[in-house]
Ligand binder design. Sequence first.
Ligand code: PLP
Length: 385
Amino acid sequence: MKPFNSLTSAMPPSGIRKIYELSMGIEGCMHLEAGQPDFRTPEHILEAVAQAARDGFTQYTSSAGIPDLVNAIARKVTEKNGFHADPKNIVVSPGAVCSLMTTLLAVVEHGDEVLIPDPAWPNYVGQMAVIGSVGVRYPLIPSLGFKIDWDALEKLVTPKTKAMIINTPGNPTGAVFKPETVEKIVDFANRHDIYLIADEVYEDIIFEGGHTSTGLFNEDGRVATVFGFSKTYSATGLRIGYVVCEEKLAALITKLQQPLVSCPSSISQKACVAALNGPQDSIPEMVSVYKSRRDAVVDILKKHDLYLYTPEGAFYIMVDISKTGMESEEFCIELLKQKKVAVSPGDTFGEVSSKFIRIAFCTDTETLVRGTTLLCEYVRDCIPG
Ligand code: PLP
């Protein structure tokens, strides 16, 4: 038989998944690896799911999303993110991952280069493999809390560079870009005539300062901003995200959704209308728990001389384990076997973090504290000499 698609076959498997699967057979394992919020989805959102089902709202919808949801998003973006969005600028999708994919498909062709942060959420690289475009990694600087290395970035631009992905607040780093950084990134994109795809799914999970949306600086329509419901409402399984962008790009993305997904889930869209129009108090409550978990982890790292930076958003921290002399995956497998603590290997996020591991604050504080302490002790035990 002829071989399968060589590009997609070569897509690297997820290092997070590998640790998760290994951890399945381990009783009492402490799960600090997955970015799956551990809060219950607010009741009024769950009620909207049930109501939509009872009403028989189970048919296809328009590809770009139901008007109630698109209008609620337009209001949210205008009021909360601070830049004007009309319904024609919005495309609702089955999750931010889908919005990222369709936006990339709309602007990037086979062979085009796309600037991707290093470290970054691994699915950007997977998406490059699906499209057949080339992911060019631009380094973030660990000692500066994973801020952009501008000199390195400038040198990576070639005539084939078509787009750049940014992610603030960032996974796996928790880094949050200040307004001047976001503005500088948009200037960079303008100067080099490249599209800018901003992944802002963690916009609500910020501990210091606020979120600056890239859409604020979108003067000539080159910025597409992707948001989601998964993290803000602890509702990953609803699978709803959306992109906000210039009208013609939104129309192309809508067209692309047809062969890919037809439309987002009708029931989930109703739930997201309830999420945006209903009470928002679950968000600050959740953020305050994540912040106290972040503070607890930072304290433990400081005590064990493993502190590098304080993440200002999302629910992750990267820990430098280079002192052990071990590769990140090897370290994660051994930590799991010896201490029953599951964390994510840094090499799955990129070369820059190949000697790091990622901790997610998505488990109860007691388990998080115990797991982080065991991790620190394990690092100490592994340091040669
Ligand atoms: N972008 C980043 C940086 C993420 O970490 C995630 C999920 O973990 C997503 C996008 C996908 O979000 P969604 O569940 O809306 O597809």
